[in-house]
Every structure is written in C-alpha cells, then in structure tokens.
Design a protein around this ligand. Structure first.
Ligand code: FE
Length: 223
C-alpha cells in the first residue's frame, strides 16, 4: 500500500511531468493531485526541513484519523442505539455525552447532535461554509462532502442530491438539512433495516455505513 507521503511525492512528480508536456485536448486529468495537495506537500516539506515538525508525529496523527478514528466508531454508536432504547434516548437528548460513553470525543470539544431518521423524516448533514464533520464518530470527511456542489446543492435541492447518491425518497417524507459548524457537528441515526431483528449489536454495526450516518444513504438490509 502506498504511504501518504509516497502518494504526495508521486503526485508532485506526475504534475511536473504533465506540465512539461503540451496538451492540446481539453479533457480533465483526474490523476493529477489538486493544487491543495501540492501546497500541503510543499508546506510539509518546508516545516520538516526547518525542523518545526517531526514527520513521525505527523504520520501518527494522520494514522489516527485514517485508521483509529473512523466511521466504525459511529457504526458502534448506531448499533447500540438500535438495541438499547435507553441509550438511544440518551443519544438523541445529549449526543456529546452518549458518544463519550464509548470514549469517542471530538478534538476540540465540539458538541454532537444526533438526528433520528424515521419513515416520515429524513435528515441530511452538510457544512455549507467549509467541511465541518463529526470526526470523533466518522473520521475524515470524504472528498464529496467538502466539494462546492455538495455544500451548495444540499441546501437548494436536497432531494436531487440524494437521488444522485441513489436514494429516492417518497414525496411524503420530510427532508431536513442540517448545517454543521465548528462548534456543533451532526450525525444521523439511520433507520434500522428490516430483517435484522435477530442480529447482534456487532452484526448490526457491520451494516452501518458512513454515508448512512451523513444522511446520503439508508442502511441496507442484510443480503
Ligand atoms: Fe465547516
């Protein structure tokens, strides 16, 4: 598996190579890393070179968010809420404290608000300003969550956005869109799918996806 550092280095090299070629066609080169990626690489190199940042510490931090903190945390919270009505009530009343019972806490003490999807109400989470996301339960935000089209269109045309994610909601379902901020992060408690009555908490957690906890998908029944 390529390391993040390797990826960035390869990206920078690829970009230089590309710049050296003449391009007289207008399709997009998706493989080229974004300007942002290259800037991050440049900044990281500078900080390391000047001895301001320890590359090992940086890698440990990234590893935490890529592997230890992630949507599996949120999935455990959801599964618990599905099997334990008292926990679910606590989660909906005070997301921050219910989630902290698992030892999952936000980096900067942000508050968590959990929104319950029901047959009548579908919740969708966005950050229109930037990319605020419940790191403690979902890890790093996916690229689409940070994209300008998702951020603007989720508010203007949530049903259209959901359709693009493959989720068609009935007309009588109310769609609620929640705008995250640095202080308040939202997570969706998806509906428990049918046919899961006999499943254990761990089995249930395995069904829960990141997208369902952002509200762009439903949890699918077991195959
Ligand atoms: Fe934000």
């Amino acid at each position: 598996m390529p390391t993040r550092r390797g990826f960035l280095a390869a990206g920078a090299a690829a970009s230089q190579q590309l710049g050296a070629q003449m391009h007289d066609h207008d399709h997009e080169h998706q493989a080229v890393p974004s300007d942002l990626t290259l800037r991050v690489k440049a900044l990281e190199s500078l900080l390391v070179e000047k001895g301001l940042v320890d590359p090992a510490a940086l890698d440990a931090l990234i590893d935490t968010y890529e592997h230890k903190v992630g949507p599996r945390n949120g999935a455990r919270v959801v599964a618990r809420a599905w099997v334990d009505p008292a926990y679910k009530q606590h989660l909906l009343n005070d997301g921050t404290s219910a989630i902290a019972e698992f030892g999952f806490e936000g980096g900067k003490g942000e508050h968590m608000c959990v929104l319950e999807n029901t047959p009548q109400v579908h919740n969708l989470v966005v950050c229109t300003l930037c990319s605020c996301y419940p790191w403690a339960v979902l890890g790093l935000p996916p690229v689409w969550y940070k994209s300008a089209p998702y951020r603007s269109r989720s508010v203007i045309d949530p049903r259209g956005v959901l359709r693009e994610f493959g989720l068609e909601l009935a007309e009588d379902v109310e769609v609620r869109v929640w705008d995250s901020t640095a202080e308040l992060r939202y997570m969706v408690l998806p509906e428990r799918p049918p046919g899961t009555e006999k499943m254990s908490e761990d089995q249930l957690a395995a069904l829960v996806t990141r997208d369902a906890m952002v509200g762009v998908a439903k949890v699918k029944p077991p195959a």
